[in-house]
Design a protein around this ligand. Sequence first.
Ligand code: ASP
Length: 445
Amino acid sequence: MSKVVKFGGSSLADANQFKKVAEIIRADPERVYVVPSAPGKRFKDDTKVTDLLYQCYELVLTGEDFAKAFAPVRERYNEIIKELGLKVSLEEEYVKIGQSFRAGANRDYAASRGEYLNGILLADYLGFAFVDAAKGIFFDSKGNFDAAVTNACLGAILEKTPKAVIPGFYGAMPDGTIKTFSRGGSDFTGSLVAKAAGASLYENWTDVSGFLVADPRIVDKPAGIEVITYSELRELSYMGAGVLHEDAIFPVRSANIPINIKNTNAPDDAGTLIVPTADSNTKFLVTGIAGKKDFSAISIEKDRLNSENGFMRRMLQVLENHGIFPEHMPTGIDTVSVVVNSHELGDADNRAKLVNRLKDVLRPDHFEIIDGLALIAVVGRGMKSKKGTATRVFAALSHAEINVRMIDQGSSELNIIIGIDEKDFEKAIKVIYDMFILSEQPETK
Ligand code: ASP
């Protein structure tokens, strides 16, 4: 069985990190497909190679000489080559990149060279084959990722290549032009490679030992998450707890391949295992607590609203026409609130247009937009089989004198979403954490 290992930018930021990566790969003969990011930050105020490349592209556009703009990128790679004592040279590649810039290569091409060059170095260092992602990962002519073609082409390449390095972040359009995924997209590449290779595991190596139950900026030293299901992670990452690129779970999820988030700087830590399904007999009832500020509730009241045929459809149609995606929609007999990301409501002018349209179409008795809401998702597969979870969430909040403005429980009983005032956000996360995690920790003497 093969494992796919993806290393993030900080895991490959310099020669010393390359050494750790090689040691990790050599420790397990099943780690045969490697997906690198571009070199990331070596220290706090350092610049990632991807950002250097975007800068380089802008500088060349404004008339700067390519060689001068590209110099800091070149320096980063040459330093790695020198410190690792590699025989490989990237000089010819630098010349080719310069030629492509002069021939008008696009911004995505520029950014993708970070992963491309790092892939060449890592393949050489490991003694693995180098497979250019542009030969196996494809977009259609509209620029959408083409899953079927990619899976077939990449699968065929990997079948003939027992050990390979495939750079992350980019693929090719049908005409061969390079296109990148969104930022952090090497996670997605890792997932595509795992699926195409039929891997038994996708290891995603980064600089933290997996996911934490809550944001460490809010909760002091939160517990780690050992096992999480794909569905739970979706609920949490959707609320902003991302360590992993949003799209990365889809290819492996459909192929039933688990993901293990691991720490390059602490390889013995178990990290977090993301699995298709897991036992609901969990250590903690709650797997994770995450949330986000900046929501607004569009609150509509109308007598007998629930028996007015087509009311919801008309309301949703107006929202759709204004490019607004409802996040939650708690309803009562005569009321409905639509919770949306505040920024989607736009400026005062846009808001006024939306309000007028909703009033015209729905003729409400009362209409209001309430800003300054925060949403918190309390997520756990263990909730389904245990009674009283919601009671405990609300007991914790009421004890802390936090007013709950909205409640929503997903039909899967995997989450409870609570809307509160933004000012109570941090406090709410802390008290829910205390209720479910601190109070359930085994006693230590
Ligand atoms: N290097 C790219 C970025 O900085 C892609 C990645 O690291 O996944 O976003």
